[in-house]
Write a protein that binds this ligand. Sequence first.
Ligand code: GRG
Length: 278
Amino acid sequence: MDVRAWLLERRPAVDAMLQQWLPETTTPPSSLHGAMRHLVFPGGKRFRPGLALAAAEAVGGPHQAALPMAAAVELVHVYSLIHDDLPCMDDDHERRGQPTVHVAWDESTAVLAGDALQSLAFEGLLRHTEPTLGAGAALDLATAIGAGGLVGGQVDDLVQSREPGDESFVLGIHQRKTACLIEASVVGGARLAGASLEWLSELACFGSEVGVAFQIADDCLDEGEDDESCSLVTLLGREACLDRAESLLDSALRRIEGMGEEAEPLRALARFSVGRDA
Ligand code: GRG
């Protein structure tokens, strides 16, 4: 299955929802709204939204059921990228082929745009879903991105850049900084499509394994770049990392073996997380 073609086919529906949720740049304060939109369009691969939609299909639902989760996880992802690029974090000047938000605007606007994107994710998700399912998906997302997830992982990543840790410390960072949001994308998407508790539990493990594999693959893609402080490649070497990513992928795929053909896009996205070239 051509996963890039599948992502392209699903993209317009996700982008339409993002367009609908994001304030127009002509509405004041224009600088804030421009900064919020800056990295969303044209955007990146839309991997996390793709996972939410594919998970909904995998459990037999229409992918449209998961669109609010798809838009919400992309907004949170963009918020994290904006904050990660700040001078007090990675101090990056380019992202998604464009100047980073603090370069295109300024630092305070970038901080506030990230904050506003995070709250828009929850507002959109809760406004556009049935209350019980939406609350469950919002809880999935909130749990993934707070102190026990994305933010906590980022804190330890900063520690690691000063005092390099061992393999389990690095894997714990990958788990929280990257895999928690990927897991929430899968679980939240499936939840909005009415998945059973049994499948939600398997999909949580699937998402977590795919997420760590995705980050290990990212470490391999970034090999040789300046910032390898939190890279498994520096600790284990490239071959061992690729083996680790492949075995996580195998385990993830085994968890959804019992699903039918409708889970093919989800399987293809899992393989893509390890086999991608960007
Ligand atoms: C500062 C709150 C805060 C969080 C920072 C997520 C994060 C934590 C930092 C982002 C930078 C980073 C290395 C994240 C790991 C996940 C990752 C590989 C992001 C890039 O994801 P892709 O490849 O990017 O899906 P596109 O642009 O295609 O969406």
